[in-house]
Design a protein around this ligand. Structure first.
Ligand code: HEC
Ligand code: HEC
Length: 298
C-alpha cells in the first residue's frame, strides 16, 4: 500500500517523459550536470594542457561544428586526410605557400593566426562563395560568442600539435589565473534566445537580429519565419522550425548544403531552449525576452 505512491509517480514520469520524447524528439529534458571546471593556471603539465585543448576543441570552441568529417565545410585538422597532413604538420608548409600573405614565422604562429585572423590565409576551396578564397567563413575565435582567451587558444594549439605528433612548441600558462571568461555559460540553460544562439554556436553559421556577428554558411534566420508555415504540408511553422533545428537533414534549404548543420542538438538542448529558438526564428523582430529572474534573490 505504502509503495503505491512512488510507483504512481514513477509511471507518471515515464508517461510524461515518453510524451515529451514523442512530441519533441528530445531525449534530454534535464541538462547534464556541469562538468568539473578546468583550472587553467598553476602547476599543470603539458599533458593536462593538451587535454584542456582537446576539451575546448570539442566543446566551447565550437570547432567541430565545422571541422568534422561529415559536412566537409572546413578542412580536417587533427589527422591526415584529403586535406593533407594533420594541420600541426602542414602549418609549417602553409607559410611557404606563394599565396601566403600573413605574418607567421613558424607553424605555431600560423595556427595562432588561423584562430584570430582566419582570412590571413584561406585554404584553397574553402573561402566564402564569390570571394575567390580571399575571405574565410571561419569566425575569429577570440571574439564574439566563442571568445577564447589566449591561454585557451594556446591549449587548442597544443592539442592540434599533439594530435599531429609534432613537438609541442606552445608555452605552458604561468602566473595569474585568467579572468573569468564565462566558461560556465555553456553548461547552464540559456535564459533567452540570444544566449541560446551563442551557446549552441548557431551564430557561427546563421544571421538573425539577435546575433551580433553572424555567419552565412546557413540561411538568414531572420527570414525563415515568414515562410516556415508553408514549407512542408502538414507541419505548422513551429513544427517546421523545430524539425529544422533537431533534424536538419529532413529538409534542406534551397541553395545550401546538407550535412553541414550539426544533427545532434537534441542531445544537449532542453525543451525550453528549443522553444525559445523556435520562437525567435518565427518572430525575428520581437524584443529579447525579459526573464523574471533578474534582480531579486541570489
Ligand atoms: C563556422 C565554421 C568554423 C568554425 C566554427 C571554426 N572553423 Fe576553422 N576553418 C573553417 C574553414 C572554412 C577553414 C578553411 C578556410 C580558411 O583557411 O580560413 C578553417 C581553417 C582553419 C585552420 C587552418 C587550416 C589549414 O589547413 O591551414 C585552423 C588551424 C582552424 N580552422 C582551426 C579552428 C579551431 C581550432 C576552431 C575552434 C576554436 C575553428 N577552426 C572553428 C571553418 C570554421
Ligand atoms: C555549422 C553550421 C551550422 C550551425 C552551427 C547551425 N546551422 Fe542551422 N543550418 C545550416 C545550414 C547549412 C542550413 C541549410 C541546410 C539545411 O537545411 O540543413 C541550416 C538550416 C537551418 C534552418 C532551416 C532554414 C530553412 O530555411 O530551411 C534553421 C531553422 C536553422 N538552421 C537553425 C539553426 C539553429 C537554431 C542553430 C543553433 C541551435 C543552427 N541552425 C546551427 C548550418 C548551421
Amino acid at each position: 500500500m505504502r509503495d503505491l505512491f512512488p510507483i504512481l509517480i514513477f509511471s507518471l514520469l515515464v508517461m510524461f517523459g515518453y510524451a515529451g520524447f514523442v512530441t519533441f524528439g528530445i531525449p534530454l529534458i534535464v541538462p547534464a550536470p556541469p562538468p568539473v571546471e578546468e583550472k587553467l593556471s598553476g602547476d599543470i603539465t603539458m599533458e593536462q594542457y593538451v587535454a584542456i585543448g582537446d576539451k575546448i576543441f570539442h566543446g566551447k570552441g565550437t570547432c567541430t561544428l565545422c571541422h568534422n568529417t561529415t559536412g566537409h565545410r572546413a578542412p580536417i585538422l587533427e589527422m591526415a586526410s584529403s586535406d593533407g597532413e594533420p594541420v600541426g604538420v602542414r602549418a609549417a608548409e602553409r607559410i611557404k605557400d606563394p599565396r601566403y600573405q600573413g605574418e607567421a614565422m613558424n607553424g605555431e604562429e600560423y595556427l595562432h593566426e588561423s584562430l584570430v585572423d582566419p582570412s590571413a590565409f584561406v585554404v584553397a576551396g574553402y573561402g566564402k562563395t564569390g570571394t575567390n578564397d580571399t575571405v574565410s567563413p571561419m569566425p575569429s575565435v577570440n571574439k564574439g560568442a566563442i571568445g577564447l582567451s589566449d591561454v585557451e587558444m594556446g591549449a587548442v594549439i597544443a592539442y592540434l600539435q599533439s594530435a599531429a605528433g609534432v613537438d609541442i612548441t606552445v608555452a605552458l600558462p604561468t602566473g595569474e589565473a585568467p579572468a573569468d571568461d564565462g566558461e560556465e555559460e555553456e553548461v547552464t540553460v540559456a535564459a533567452n534566445a540570444q544566449e541560446a544562439f551563442d551557446k549552441f554556436g548557431c551564430s557561427a553559421c546563421h544571421m538573425h537580429p539577435l546575433i551580433d556577428e553572424g555567419g552565412d554558411i546557413g540561411p538568414d534566420l531572420g527570414k525563415v519565419g515568414a515562410t516556415a508555415g508553408s514549407r512542408v504540408i502538414g507541419l505548422t511553422a513551429e513544427q517546421f522550425i523545430a524539425q529544422s533545428i533537431i533534424k536538419p537533414n529532413a529538409v534542406i534549404a534551397e541553395g545550401f548544403d546538407a550535412d553541414t548543420m550539426p544533427d545532434d542538438f537534441a542531445e544537449s538542448m532542453t525543451v525550453s531552449e528549443l522553444n525559445m529558438l523556435v520562437d525567435a526564428v518565427l518572430h525575428p523582430d520581437k524584443k529579447p525576452d525579459q526573464e523574471p529572474d533578474s534582480t531579486e534573490g541570489e
